[in-house]
Design a protein around this ligand. Structure first.
Ligand code: C5P
Length: 290
């Protein structure tokens, strides 16, 4: 494999937490209509992009057993290349830090960062809106990461409005199980008819039930997730603060200061991987590509 090292861009791909997640319906094609607040956090994968003079696209550290055509990063690069008829290619190195099947959006964020970085490096000049449309072909969470601000998200993930969220810190615990998203969405037991809320309702927290509708199904399938939630509940400031993100498996709880979060982190039992993360206001890639 020949690599043209003339151009390198190193870019972060942050994780997200779903501060709540309601399922309010189902489309005819089986996709679910949801409502959620997506919060960016400072825990990130990072990706290095090298422009190639030929049209080839490769992951330099391919995941063993995952064919390149199934790799979301490679698929994102090829989609943009095809869409804009680009004659260059890319070698991409992914430094993986975010758990897979964890509900923190790692794969979607990697794909979004790939679209944003190569749009810049290949000089495609696509608008953010066009990149978000392209990203939706790769996954329902991808448009949010391209949008790059904390957001109230509706539809299947494509209707996105910026919201301001508090400065806070999160303790995040990985229960040690990987949850495939389609398994939870296809469960007969899943709540699919939560009453929709409006963005105006957020002015009073009492108007919104801050729960994750996917949590009960995920906990029934994986008691490890329920065990983590039950442990973390002892530190809740408001009832229901300790909850799962996305379709699982990670569990988190919000704290008003870094010190408060650190005190809880120190007490997490050894069998679980855990970390703290700070709420971000913007996607950290913005400073590199704008
Ligand atoms: O879009 P993404 O690849 O993340 O979705 C994985 C699977 O989760 C979809 O194939 C679909 O079965 C389910 N899903 C859904 N409704 C959504 C998002 C995902 O039913 N809003």
């Amino acid at each position: 494999m020949t690599t043209n090292l003339s151009q390198l861009l190193a870019c972060p791909a942050p994780a997200k937490l779903n501060l709540f997640l309601h399922i309010v319906g189902r489309r005819a094609d089986g996709y679910h209509l949801l409502q959620s607040v997506f919060q960016l956090i400072d825990r990130c994968d990072s990706l290095d992009f090298y422009v190639r003079a030929d049209r080839q696209i490769h992951r330099l550290n391919q995941v063993h057993g995952v064919p390149e055509e199934n790799d979301l990063v490679v698929r994102a690069a090829k989609l943009l290349q095809q869409h804009c008829n680009i004659q260059q290619g890319a070698d991409i190195y992914l430094h993986k830090c975010l758990p897979m099947g964890g509900g923190v959006g790692g794969g979607s964020s990697d794909a979004a960062t790939t679209l944003l970085a190569l749009n810049k490096l290949w000089q495609c000049n696509l608008s953010k809106e066009s990149l978000m449309e392209l990203g939706l072909q790769l996954g329902a969470d991808v448009p949010f990461f391209i949008f790059g601000e904390n957001a109230f998200v509706e539809g299947i993930g494509e209707q996105i409005q910026a919201v301001s969220t508090p400065e806070q810190w999160f303790v995040v615990i990985e229960p040690g199980v990987h949850v495939p998203t389609p398994t939870i969405f296809s469960s007969k037991e899943l709540t699919r008819n939560t009453k929709p809320v409006r963005i105006a309702d957020f002015s009073s927290a009492a108007n919104v039930e801050w729960k994750n509708d996917m949590q009960a199904v995920a906990c029934a399938l994986h008691p490890e997730i329920a065990a983590v939630i039950n442990w973390l509940k002892q530190f809740e400031i408001n009832q229901g603060d300790a909850k799962m993100t996305g379709s699982g498996s990670c569990v988190f709880c919000a704290f008003p200061s870094e010190d408060a979060a650190k005190k809880v982190l120190q007490q997490v039992p050894n069998q679980w991987t855990s970390w703290i993360a700070k709420a971000l206001q913007h996607h950290p890639i913005n400073s590199k590509i704008n």
